[in-house]
Design a protein around this ligand. Structure first.
Ligand code: PLP
Length: 381
């Protein structure tokens, strides 16, 4: 058979590749996936069970159930400072579907999307499936400074959308507010839409919540994308959302009709419970990630391994150049010799060639053991 060109051209995520390889090693320590090791909070699980027993088992409106859209509008207004009405909210099967639907609503095949380098690989996969060209702009490091001139240079006549992801997977950093404002202004002036992927908005270590790019940019060309996956340890429930300017909403909603119709109804009720219930679970998980961040950074610093100190997310971006290997070869060697799986930085773009990404979302004992092996593997070479 001959599959479509788009599916043939779509490369699989390098995260999954190493995950599949690690799954062939029974005692492998998994530090490659962004999968919280916490259970979904019990009151959230209970809300879904109750909803299913009470008949929330049918199709819902494409944009999501009204009570969830209301709860989300309240959340982004109160917590993210992004004043929004429920009509601007589109509930999607994970943030990934919000990104997919928004790009589909904004772009035609041949248009170009600008991605940060490094960036979460799925952006590229979506672009491949939708026949979009990809341009990249460099993302800067720990101090959050951002090279605006390089960003501006990356814009071409075909550019339609720029994806921004702060807090950033894989670097664990955040863009500073001045850079965000300037980026949105440039995008506005050049007629670009901004899709701001803020799925790590509440996993930040030095403040309560990451700044909303749409709120800071005060612009009507920004779509904000969020998720329940990371904040509430709900990766498998598949609930995310976009908050879009009013005239775009109906088009993004329309993309859901033929693809997913809606998010499953009990999961939407679980999401309402997550937002409206106690938020101590969020704080507890964030505190745990912060503690792991501190310990991992200490281990790496003691071993003299260069890395970025994450201010958000649950990822540590580690420079493995001292091993004399590329991130790809280092990750394979670490898995084969020490049974520790980390993601090769090259999976996130050219800027990651000499890096690997370590996930803090794994159980602490595994994490610390894995990081010690990683540090030893760099130093021993
Ligand atoms: N955006 C980024 C930057 C991510 O890292 C991830 C998941 O790892 C997602 C989006 C996907 O989130 P969801 O599970 O809501 O689809």
């Amino acid at each position: 058979m001959t599959p479509s060109q788009s599916i043939r051209h779509m490369e699989r995520s390098g995260i999954r590749e190493i995950f599949d390889l690690a799954n062939t090693i029974p005692d492998a320590i998994h530090l490659e996936m962004g999968e919280p090791n916490f259970d979904t909070p019990a009151h959230v699980v209970q809300a879904a069970a109750t909803a299913a027993s009470n008949g929330y088992t049918k199709y819902t409106p494409n944009a999501g159930i009204p009570e969830l859209r209301v709860a989300i509008a309240r959340k982004v207004t109160e917590r993210n400072g992004l004043t929004s009405s429920p009509d601007q909210v589109i509930v999607t099967p994970g943030a990934i579907a919000a990104l997919y639907g928004t790009l589909l609503a904004l772009c035609d095949p041949g248009d170009e999307v600008l991605l940060p380098d490094p960036a979460w690989p799925n952006y590229r996969m979506i672009a491949a499936l939708q026949g979009l060209g990809v341009g990249t702009y460099p993302l800067l490091s720990e101090d959050g400074r951002f090279d605006l001139e390089a960003f501006e240079r990356s814009i071409t006549a075909k550019s339609k959308v720029v994806i921004v992801n702060s807090p950033t997977n894989p670097t664990g950093t955040m863009l500073d507010e001045q850079s965000i404002k300037a980026l949105v202004e440039i995008a506005d002036a050049r007629g670009l839409w901004v899709i701001s992927d803020e799925v790590y908005d509440e996993i930040v270590f030095d403040r309560d919540v990451a700044p909303s790019i749409a709120a800071l940019g005060s612009s009507d060309n920004v779509v904000s994308v969020y998720s329940f996956s990371k904040t509430y340890a709900m990766t498998g429930w598949r609930v995310g959302y976009a908050v879009a300017p009013p005239d775009l909403v109906s088009y993004v909603v329309k993309t859901q009709e033929p693809i997913t119709a809606c998010v499953n109804a009990p999961a939407q009720m679980a999401a309402v419970a997550a937002l409206e219930g106690p938020q101590t679970c969020v704080t507890e998980m964030r505190d745990a990630y912060r503690e792991r961040r501190d310990r991992v950074v200490e281990l790496l610093a003691d071993a003299g391994v260069p890395h970025l100190r994450p201010t958000a997310t649950f990822y540590v971006w580690v420079d493995v150049s001292a091993s004399g290997l590329s991130g790809q070869d280092f990750a394979r060697r670490l898995l084969a010799d020490h049974h520790v799986a980390v993601t090769p930085g090259g999976a996130f773009g050219r800027a990651g060639t000499n890096h690997v990404r370590v996930s803090l979302a794994s159980a602490p004992d595994d994490l610390y053991r894995g990081v010690k092996s990683l540090a030893a593997a760099i130093i021993d070479r």
